[in-house]
Design a protein around this ligand. Structure first.
Ligand code: ACM
Length: 266
């Protein structure tokens, strides 16, 4: 299976330009699965809820997702892409899985970062695993990495590849995802944006360095901190199904959840 990331810089508020950039980059590669950044259609730095509401799109009626979905079919490639979602007046920082057959799945960011809390509602759908050609994908967005429970629950539900659209601003995300992959024996594809976005009181420098990590914590591909970057690697998703560490230990069976109860208490 060929999987990859697409790193680019969204232009704030210009969905048409961002879709055009994504389409050109997607068209330039052959892959079975490509992950694109968080809020790739809109840009990141919203300054009001009204501004976000004007540009956000419904998951089931989104011209942006429709266009990318057509391309997913033409390229026979699953796409995971971040977008601003409006659902009956409620705003979410979401990601869609667009399958080549036209079907799609939705994830709504569960752990909102910083001022996102002012404009978006936290995700209200449990972490879920979705099939793509018999491979099991888990989706989470950016800051979800800071909560190890996110990857853990996706891995326990059977995810083999964690699709991770991000707009990283903190310096530790890439390094942490190496450990998240290792401790859960899963592949992860982190697709970041790059560049500075300054609006109103906010200015963010996004860190690029998108990456693909193996279930053994190996860096299979890494982008530079700046600039557009597309990488595709061949992987064997079956590697993520074997949780054996040695003849006595299995990553999941050796857990002692009766001693971890505090983790799942509110
Ligand atoms: C982030 O969650 N976009 C930092």
């Amino acid at each position: 299976m060929k999987v990859g990331f697409i790193q680019f810089r969204s232009v704030f508020g210009d969905i048409a330009a961002n879709i055009e950039t994504m389409k050109n980059l997607i068209a330039s590669v052959e892959a079975d699965l490509l992950v694109l950044p968080e809020l790739a259609t809109t840009g990141y730095t919203f300054t009001s809820e009204e501004e976000l509401a004007r540009i956000a799109e419904p998951f089931d009626n989104s011209p942006s997702l429709d266009e990318l979905s057509v391309l997913a079919g033409v390229k026979n490639c699953g796409l995971v892409v971040g977008f601003g979602e409006i659902s009956r007046g409620t705003l979410f920082n979401s990601a869609a899985l667009l399958r080549p057959d036209g079907s799609r799945e939705l994830y709504r960011k569960i752990h909102l970062f910083g001022a996102e809390n002012l404009f978006f509602q936290p995700g209200d759908i449990p972490f879920a695993v979705h099939e793509l050609n018999g491979i099991r994908l888990g989706i989470m967005i950016c800051f979800d990495w800071y909560f190890p429970e996110s990857v853990r629950v996706l891995a326990l539900k059977g995810a083999e590849i964690i699709c991770h659209p991000v707009n990283f601003v903190l310096p530790w995300g890439q390094r942490s995802m190496i450990v998240r992959s290792l401790e859960n024996r899963v592949f992860s594809i982190t697709a970041n944006r790059y560049g500075v976005e300054s609006r109103g009181d906010y200015s963010f420098t996004f860190t690029g360095a998108s990456q693909i990590i193996s279930p053994y914590g190996e860096i299979l591909a890494a982008a530079p901190a700046e600039g557009e970057s597309v990488a595709v690697v061949e992987i064997d998703p079956a590697l993520a199904r074997n949780k054996k560490i040695n003849r006595y230990n299995d990553l999941f069976e050796s857990r002692r959840p009766e001693f971890y109860r505090r983790i799942s208490e509110p």
